[in-house]
Design a protein around this ligand. Structure first.
Ligand SMILES: [Zn+2]
Length: 473
């Protein structure tokens, strides 16, 4: 390791340790809207070093703004949330603005950064998608497949910025599926990178080489906090995507994808990692330190793989046609938007069943010696979902009750207590099978060990209760 790398890690550690000082507390969960960030952008106008310019509007006429700071020769364009439901880096960018505005022991670095680089930011390129907490824009178009046809105003804005600012570096900031693993392992890919290809042959020119070098530097930094938790996206050329085209148009393009981290559903730790990684890369750009980094190290970052389920239950016994078979269950918990997508509920599914011994779970249960059995359905019919609260639910769970029937159809989208409700017309076979909602018991003889409701578990022996929300079927 070179001396400069050692200094980089020290700098990164200082950023990591001080992140709370700069954290934009107005953004505390993932489902914020453009109305939440507009006042934060407005407040930057009070600082003469920032320039805020409207560069266009979304399909639904939401303003899209460019924030500029710095006067240096190295131009960097960073944009986030091209996909509306991928907000982690947006939070980090607002932390970064607070960092740039502060007056403290990082002053020397700030002066150097703003003298050596000009930074351009577009936080939340797809505000209409963010409004619905969906990937696509208001026309249902994926902006990241619109780099050539440019049908969406948001896509035209991004291309115009690249063509007119001609940035040396571009940061394309996304979120990825939380079930990606870093290589064929049990480790979630908490952050993944890609130095996008600019042609089918995946050749490496100086533009792309620089992105590999910057990624190697960020990987070294992140390994301190998430050892083994950094992945690398496949570099197959996607001719319609912005990353690939911007690399082709001559801007060194760095794709950063925020994945999952245990017990961080709102991605607040991952936001901090973004803050540290991006600022470390900006330092490297400002000092040209990345030029000393061997790009071949890029290939040592493990590729993103799909080896993870949210919950993997191993070696459960299931009775089929009078025979006992041993199966593993791969369960995924999917987020479903509620109302105006300011909140969500989980709806889980048995994705696979059988021999899953080559897979892993973000959570795992060893069910050796335990039988899968349907939960008990309560005799009472509920008139409304709210009636659930009249029951001693914990005691019912301990007795193996998992399910109530509703007397009348409810339009309620979700139930925030962990019970499984059946609409009057639902014919539930209540067999455990693929495609079904995972609600069942794991028992040894008469003794219930686990109650599973909507893919979350309650261990009756240890008392570990991870049940979150129930489900209406
Ligand atoms: Zn994305």
């Amino acid at each position: 390791m070179t001396t400069s790398t050692g200094q980089d890690l020290l700098f990164a550690n200082q950023l990591f340790d001080n992140h709370a000082t700069y954290r934009q507390t107005a953004l505390a969960h993932r489902r914020f809207k453009q109305t939440d960030i507009l006042p934060l952008i407005d407040s930057l106008k009070n600082d003469s070093r920032f320039e805020v310019t409207q560069v266009g509007e979304s399909v639904e006429k939401r303003p899209i703004q460019l924030i500029k700071i710095g006067n240096g020769p190295r131009k960097v364009l960073l944009w986030s949330q091209m996909h509306g439901d991928e907000p982690t880096a947006t939070m980090a960018l607002f932390d970064l603005f607070n960092f740039l505005r502060a007056d403290d022991s990082f002053n020397e670095f700030r002066q150097q950064l703003l003298a050596e680089t000009t930074l351009y930011f577009v936080p939340m390129l797809n505000p209409d998608g963010a409004e619905r907490y969906q990937r696509r824009n208001a026309w249902d178009i994926d902006l990241n497949r619109d780099a050539l046809r440019l049908q969406s105003p948001e896509s035209r804005i991004l291309k115009n910025l690249q063509q007119t600012l001609k940035p040396d570096f571009g940061f394309n900031l996304h979120d990825q599926n939380t079930r990606y693993s870093a290589g064929p392992t049990a480790k979630q890919a908490t952050i993944s990178f890609l130095a996008t290809a600019y042609d089918e042959g995946r050749n490496i020119n100086p533009v792309r080489e620089r992105s590999m070098q910057l990624i190697v530097g960020m990987n070294r930094v992140l390994q301190q906090y998430i050892p083994g938790g950094v992945g690398r996206f496949s570099d197959e050329f996607e001719p319609r995507a912005f990353g690939d085209n911007i690399q082709k148009w001559g801007t060194t393009l760095i794709l950063i994808e925020s994945g999952g981290y245990p017990n961080d559903p709102e991605k607040q730790f991952i936001r901090k990692l973004n803050f540290v990684a991006i600022l470390s890369a900006l330092q490297s750009i400002a000092t040209d330190a990345y030029r000393q980094v061997p790009r071949t190290e890029y290939n040592t970052i493990p590729e993103n793989e799909r080896y993870l389920y949210d919950l993997l239950i191993r070696n459960a016994q299931l009775v089929r046609n009078g025979k006992t078979v041993t199966v593993d269950l791969g369960i995924n918990r999917n987020e479903v938007n509620i109302g105006h997508a300011t909140t969500f509920s989980y709806r889980s599914e048995v994705e696979d069943l059988g021999d899953l011994s080559t897979f892993y779970g973000i959570e795992e249960i060893d069910a050796s010696g335990l039988q899968l059995a349907p939960g008990r359905v309560h005799d009472d019919m509920l008139r409304t979902v709210a009636d659930l609260r009249k029951y001693p639910l914990d005691s019912l769970l301990q007795q193996g009750f998992t399910t109530f029937r509703l007397a009348t159809h409810t339009a309620a989208p979700a139930v925030d207590v962990p019970f499984h409700l059946l609409q009057p017309k639902t014919l539930s076979s209540r067999n455990v099978q693929t495609g079904k909602i995972p609600t069942f018991l794991l028992r040894k003889g008469k003794q219930i060990r686990y109650v599973i409701i909507n893919g979350f578990f309650y261990d009756l022996i240890t008392g570990e209760n991870k049940l979150i929300n129930g489900v209406i079927e």
